[in-house]
Design a protein around this ligand. Structure first.
Ligand code: NAI
Length: 719
């Protein structure tokens, strides 16, 4: 609702009331329409101030209303009525003015903001555009380039930036509402003229066509197939080139297309999925989210390689003091230098002091004894990790939480090396750990709810989306990656090139295709795991055919590439070539193409043309199929958890929702049918055999995702 009060004799104060963010629900819109009418009719009122309850102006539309038919007064005429008012209307912006909230403020004649307020039009992140006049008024107020930046990225700006851009008229450290009332009194009676933004022309833009073509090309390049940013450019172009009313028509048309698109549904799903992840019970029946997490102030990180360094940075940035342990003297020196540089750079960007005083570097493991939580990040070698856990258990104080950053080893084996297995969990970060927003918290069968809760909350303090997962090889993310990478490798045997496979998956929207991603992570990681697993290397029975392991099809190509010393970006060569070790730009490598041809000839394989659909289906459906198996095995609590992991840790495009959401969009029946088809063609590839859960879901009529849990009903849940 919206509360109406009259203050200072002649100012009507309208307060939006809809906790927590005063979203513009139907009731609030009714309230605004009614109170504005009342204020305009009241002869004692000379000016109006609109503010929000509890120090928050307005967080925008009520997203829950998107699901059904819209009821209540629509936003556009409501904002028009405010703009058309004959008495000045001032927005008093405290806390936030986002989306529809900022559009409402743009309909007001003046805007006063508190210095801590944040403003923005984030609709694009939900697959939409600011369609309550935002795309037409903002360019008229601050010019096309600045408006285009805010609208196409959805980024929030501080009050100071908003003032600089001209979005707000004044910023105050005091109460914005009080200043707005004072301000309203000072402008009452003054002509409103071009304070009505819809009446202003857009500031002229030299070479508008060239500007918009360039902007469109840049946006398309970043959008990875998302349609909303493209529509945002089209809407702003309409603002720059058409009269206001025609621009509004264009805004409405574009919005209708977006609103009904699967992409908007996917992005809104991601928004909600992120909030529900990780709410379930542990095997003991206890819920971690009801358990009290410990506040960690002092941590230790063991191993200062790629991951250890970045984890140290992320912890220090979250205000946690860190003892960084590394046994190799040279690595220790390099780590100290690298961590310091990373922290200094990040702090410079934010204009804060680097938290270097929180760090201590040492080669002596005994120095971790004061830490409340330890994260182990030594080589991916089970025997070494077991030894480290033995040592940690001996030197740490009782009650210390011991975590491992393993990519997929058995967390319970490590727990078994300690005095308190209930205090051991996995904290699986993703490279680069100070940048990537995903953390898989691996719950072993003996992990206590308190230990899980502590790791989850520490992750959140580090700015991560923390998702609790069960303990199995590869956990959730890497377990699903295995069949996906396997298909990509098989496609090379059958005639595709790394460039072709990567291109198709990147056009689908993935941040990086499988071969570029493998080059980035280092091909040796998987190679080491396969050697330990007896799939390659000296441990393999020499009588085995090269392309068969344990009765199933096996692709030795990644092993052969590693044997050539091509380990990816770190060696300057992998599936692609790079400009020197550490070079980032992947360039096709003629050596690799001849290598693939020779390989096919040696094994009597005839290269065929592999089309785009086959690449997409085989890679993505194999990954999705494993996702269903993970749900069946109780390794993830629900499809939202799997999707959050893929969106935050594996570069899955948000506008495709996540692999499980995508499966629902494609149709479970279709995914099943295609998997059956490919499995018939490749019966020696068990990952293509449709999972029991997928079959059961299709048999029960492919229910919507919210109902999958009823079909799963997992008696074996690991969580
Ligand atoms: P790395 O090879 O860059 O670093 C490992 C470091 O541990 C080396 O500096 C080594 O000297 C040190 N170390 C070995 N034994 C030690 C001991 N007893 N005490 C102290 N330090 C010791 O390895 P990276 O890539 O940082 O991986 C570390 C862990 O993180 C592995 O378990 C890996 O599977 C996991 N991980 C790696 C990811 C990646 O993308 N590289 C992603 C997620 C997890």
């Amino acid at each position: 609702m919206a509360q109406y009060t009259r203050i200072s004799g002649s100012v009507a104060l309208i307060t939006l009331q809809n906790p927590p963010v005063n979203a513009l629900s139907a009731v609030v819109r009714h309230g605004i329409v009614d109170t504005v009418k009342r204020a305009l009719k009241d002869s004692k009122v000379n000016a109006v101030v609109i503010c929000g309850q509890n120090g928050r102006f307005c967080g925008g539309a009520d997203i829950r209303e998107f699901a059904g038919p819209m009821s209540g007064p629509p936003l556009v005429p409501m904002i028009h009525a405010i703009e058309a008012a004959q008495k000045p209307v001032v927005a008093a912006i405290e806390g936030i003015a986002l989306g529809g909230g900022l559009e409402l403020a743009l309909g007001c004649h003046y805007r006063i903001a508190h210095s801590k307020a944040r403003l923005g039009l984030p609709e694009v992140t939900l697959g939409l555009l600011p369609a309550a006049g935002g795309s037409q008024r903002l360019p008229r107020l601050i010019g096309v380039p600045a408006a285009l930046d805010l609208i196409t990225t959805g980024r929030h700006v501080s009050a100071a930036e908003a003032l600089k851009l001209g979005i707000v008229d004044q910023v105050t450290e005091q109460n914005a509402r009080d200043l707005a009332v004072e301000f309203a009194l000072s402008v009452s009676g003054k002509p409103l003229g071009d304070r009505r933004l819809s009446t202003r022309p857009c500031p002229p833009l030299p070479d508008a066509d060239e500007f918009f073509e360039g902007a469109m090309a840049r946006v398309r390049q970043h959008a990875r197939g998302a349609i909303a940013p493209v529509a945002c450019v089209q809407a702003v172009r309409a603002a720059a080139s058409l009269p206001y009313d025609r621009g509004m028509e264009r805004e409405r048309e574009l919005m209708a297309t977006l609103f009904n698109s699967g992409q908007a549904r996917a992005l809104q799903y991601c928004f909600f999925a992120q909030r529900v992840v990780g709410k379930w019970s542990l095997p003991s029946g206890a819920r971690w989210d009801n358990s009290k997490a410990r506040l960690v102030c002092k941590a230790a990180v063991i191993g200062q390689g790629t991951m250890g360094r970045a984890i140290t940075v992320a912890l220090a940035q979250a205000g946690v003091s860190v003892v960084a342990v590394e046994t190799q003297e040279k690595q220790l020196m390099e780590a100290k230098q690298a961590v310091t540089t990373m922290l200094e750079r990040a702090s410079k960007r934010k204009g804060v002091t680097p938290p270097l005083d929180l760090l201590r570097f040492t080669a002596d493991l005994r120095e971790v004894d004061g830490a409340e939580l330890v994260i182990e990040a030594v080589f991916e070698d089970l025997a070494l990790k077991e030894q480290v856990f033995h040592q940690l258990s001996a030197v740490c104080r009782p009650g210390t939480l011991l975590c491992t950053n393993t990519s997929g080893l058995d967390v319970d084996r490590l727990a078994g090396c300690t005095r308190s297995p209930e205090l051991v969990v996995g904290m699986h970060f993703f490279a680069p750990a100070h940048v990537m927003t995903l953390l898989e918290v691996v719950c072993g069968p003996r992990s206590s709810p308190e230990a899980v809760a502590t790791a989850i909350l520490l992750g959140r303090r580090m700015g991560k989306v923390s998702v609790a997962v069960g303990n199995c090889p590869g956990f959730v993310g890497n377990r699903m990656l295995k069949p996906y990478l396997e298909q990509a490798n098989f496609l090379l045997e059958e005639g595709a090139t790394p460039e072709q496979v990567d291109q198709v998956l990147e056009e689908f929207g993935l941040a990086m295709g499988p071969f570029k991603m493998s080059d980035l992570s280092g091909l040796d990681v998987g190679w080491r795991v396969r050697k330990e697993d007896g799939l390659t290397g000296p441990g393999v029975d020499p009588s085995q055919p090269m392309r068969v392991r344990r009765g199933h099809r096996y692709c030795p190509l990644p092993d052969l590439v590693c044997e050539q010393g091509r380990l990816g970006q770190k060696t300057g060569r992998g599936w692609y070539q790079y400009e020197g070790p550490g070079g980032r730009e992947a360039r096709p490598d003629p050596w690799l193409h001849s290598f693939l041809e020779e390989y096919r000839t040696r094994h009597g394989l005839t290269a065929r043309r592999v089309d785009q659909d086959e690449i997409l289906e085989r890679c993505l459906y194999a990954l999705i199929n494993e996702g269903f198996r993970i749900l069946e095995d109780g390794i993830a609590a629900g499809p939202e958890d799997v999707d959050a992991i893929y969106v935050h840790g594996y570069g899955w495009p948000r506008h495709q929702g996540g692999p499980m959401f995508y499966a629902g969009m494609v149709g479970l029946g279709r995914v099943l049918e295609k998997l059956e088809h490919h499995y018939r063609a490749l019966p020696d590839v068990p990952y293509l055999q449709p999972s029991t859960l997928l079959r059961r879901l299709v048999e029960t009529g492919s229910p919507p995702m919210q109902k999958w849990r009823e079909v799963i009903q997992n008696p074996r849940s690991q969580l």
